[in-house]
Design a protein around this ligand. Structure first.
Ligand SMILES: Cc1cc2nc3c(=O)[nH]c(=O)nc-3n(C[C@H](O)[C@H](O)[C@H](O)COP(=O)(O)O)c2cc1C
Length: 349
């Protein structure tokens, strides 16, 4: 598959981005269920990247990740293709963002490739099947997957910000049993007002509320303590990042993901699609998100791990995130442009 990807990409890029996305996911699911995906990624006659022989395990948040590379949230929004992404070699897969109730997301078109920039703009708006259906999908699609499962949670678009806590709590409680870690997404630019939840005060309130809920849930889940991770935006100024670092230190949150997509458009302003509303991801985001990571690392207690996301298009980009202090990295846009070989390269780090 690694060698076939340039051809597959050529075909996929003739389709509009969302159609290509659905076609890829359904082909991967089929390839996984027939055992072909592993064979095509070159792992049929060799041990899989997640097997004990090939894995390069790393302990983060008290969990053993088979390697440092994960799938970023938003690609498997329904939790329907976890095993298929495992076949590609991802040591962790983060599904979602899921909201308590199903919702269709924004009007189409809402996903754009900016090929000349190795970038994507999306304004999907948390299209997802809701917690209940996602859990049913996960039960089926994680069978045989030996990696770590993260579940990314958010709020419904029509839940007013004053009531955001009840949405995060409903998701947290709903997915607790299924998740190895849970990410609270406070940073999508495509749900009105969501990023306002990144104020230090609100973020503090959210973390404490989830931690209290966890205390309550643990005895009902054989003492299982699910790490709580916060995902932040790259568009925060330095004071805001310092303020959040203080909150993370004070609450001893389990981990932070830096970063989500950006609303900044400087790097792509000459592209015909450069002004589309939404979040920009891929190569133009790489440096800015690593900068946020580095500042947060310098302000935060050493034992709170950071997961680097944003413009990991090559092994060198991943290495830059690790040099800046990331324990793990995640990819989305890099997979669209480079295909499964990128995962194999990153799994070696
Ligand atoms: C089409 C698309 C949908 C996304 N949906 C979500 C989402 O639902 N939740 C989330 O936390 N991040 C979402 N993201 C952000 C990614 O998880 C990732 O943080 C971001 O794209 C930066 O990484 P990249 O440059 O490797 O793509 C989405 C990104 C894209 C491109």
């Amino acid at each position: 598959m690694a060698d076939l990807y340039p051809l597959a990409r050529k075909l996929l890029f003739t389709l509009d981005a969302e159609t290509a996305h659905h076609l890829t996911l359904s082909s991967m699911k089929m390839g996984h269920s027939l055992g072909l995906l592993k064979a095509m990624t070159g792992t049929c006659c060799q041990p899989s990247l997640l097997s004990e022989e090939k894995a390069k395990p790393v302990e983060v948040m008290g969990l053993t990740f088979p390697n440092r590379v994960g799938l970023a949230a938003g690609l498997d929004k329904k939790g329907e293709a976890i095993g298929a992404f495992g076949d590609l070699g991802f040591g962790h897969v983060e599904v979602g963002t899921v909201t308590p109730r199903p919702q269709p997301g924004n009007a189409k078109p809402r996903l754009f490739r900016l090929q000349e920039h190795d970038a994507i703009i999306n304004r999907m708006g948390f299209n997802n099947p809701g917690v209940e259906e996602m859990l049913a999908n996960i039960e089926h699609s994680r069978k045989g997957y030996p990696g770590i499962l993260g579940i990314n949670i958010g709020k419904n678009f029509d839940t007013p910000n004053e009531h955001f806590l009840s949405d995060y709590l409903a998701c947290f409680e709903g997915v607790y049993d299924a998740a190895d870690y849970i990410t609270a997404n406070l940073s999508s630019p495509n749900t009105k007002g969501l990023r306002d939840l990144q104020s230090a005060e609100t973020c503090h309130e959210l973390i404490r509320t989830l931690q209290n809920k966890r205390e309550e849930l643990m005895p009902h889940h054989k003492g299982k303590k699910v790490p709580i991770v916060i995902k932040i935006a790259p568009d925060l100024d330095e004071d805001a990042i310092r303020g959040l670092a203080e909150v993370f230190n004070e609450t001893d949150v389990d981990g932070v993901i830096t970063t989500n997509t950006t609303i900044e458009r400087d790097a792509v302003k000459t592209h015909p699609r450069g002004e589309e509303a939404g979040g920009l991801s891929g190569a133009p985001l790489s440096e800015a998100s690593t900068k946020v990571l580095a500042l947060l690392r310098s302000e935060m207690k050493e034992d709170i791990p950071i997961i680097g996301s944003g413009g990991v298009m090559t092994a060198a980009d991943a290495q830059a995130k690790m040099d800046a202090g990331a324990s793990l990295v995640q990819v989305y846009t890099g997979l669209v442009y480079s295909g499964p070989q990128l995962v194999r390269d990153l799994a070696e780090l």
